[in-house]
Design a protein around this ligand. Structure first.
Ligand SMILES: [Zn+2]
Length: 260
């Protein structure tokens, strides 16, 4: 019955019984895990901040012999995401980032860079607000950090070998999530066309920091193409659409300004 303590982010929390909660955490030192928080809805002392979605803090956990579910003995909130709950756009992006991590991160696989990427994303979200461009940069960084990054610059199949000597900009590409992203015309078996502008934008976004992403403003059609291309890669790994995506789509349709 080992005790452990780790910086952690709450990816999911559901009520259980009369007073408990079951939480999914991304622990910096543990990877993703689920834990039972006994009395979480009654004890503000042990669970400061109430274990809300995307709360950042230090989790004290106890492993239970033979049980997959750990016991969460305490959670000290350290990140005050004060603006998240007050702004529906920020909350939608936070919920989406959390759902992505809960679906893409393997259980108990330590991914320090992925943890830090999510923590940085949430901090920027709280500080500056929701931005579609930054959400794309987050998706690209998360996919890349987990080894799921799509091929963008060169063909996912031949890595450029079949069009050697020709400038990559002169080669037609298709987008095929099943084969890992951009596939050159010579290798393509399926997929769908992707514009040179969308591929250039994805490549550009892949090189941006989360901070710099906020100052980007892609044309609406390029933005949509990037979102759809990455959604296909994500769906391929998750095995279906994410709940929080529909919510963001509804928000986007309702807002005239194009953001989030
Ligand atoms: Zn190829």
């Amino acid at each position: 019955m080992a005790s452990l303590s780790t910086p952690a982010i709450v990816l999911r929390a559901v009520n259980y019984g009369e007073a408990d909660r079951i939480v999914t955490l991304l622990g910096r030192d543990t990877g993703r895990l689920s834990a039972l928080a006994r009395g979480a809805r009654k004890s503000q002392k042990r669970f400061a901040g109430g274990l809300g979605l995307c709360a950042v803090g230090v989790a004290s956990l106890r492993e239970r012999a033979g049980a997959e579910l750990l016991t969460l003995e305490g959670f000290d909130a350290t990140g005050g995401h004060s603006a998240l709950g007050a702004d529906i756009g920020r909350m939608a992006h936070a919920a989406y980032a959390a759902e992505l991590c809960s679906k893409l991160c393997a259980p108990r696989q330590v991914e320090v860079a992925v943890y830090d990427w999510l923590a940085e994303f949430l901090a920027y979200l709280d500080l500056e607000g929701a931005s579609a461009e930054r959400l794309r940069v987050f998706e690209l960084g998360l996919l890349g950090g987990l080894g799921f990054g799509p091929a963008i610059a060169a063909c996912a199949v031949c890595a450029g070998a079949s069009h050697a000597g020709r400038d990559a900009s002169a080669v037609a590409f298709r987008w095929d999530a099943d084969r890992g992203g951009a596939v050159c015309a010579g290798c393509a078996r399926g997929g769908r066309p992707i514009t040179a502008a969308a591929r250039a934008a994805l490549l550009h976004l892949a090189g941006l920091s989360l901070g710099a992403a906020f100052r980007e403003a892609l044309a609406p059609d390029v933005n949509r193409d990037c979102r759809e291309a990455l959604a296909e890669i994500i769906n391929h790994h998750v095995g279906g659409p994410l709940k929080s995506v529909e919510f963001i789509a509804k928000l986007s349709a309702a807002s005239s300004g194009g953001r989030p």
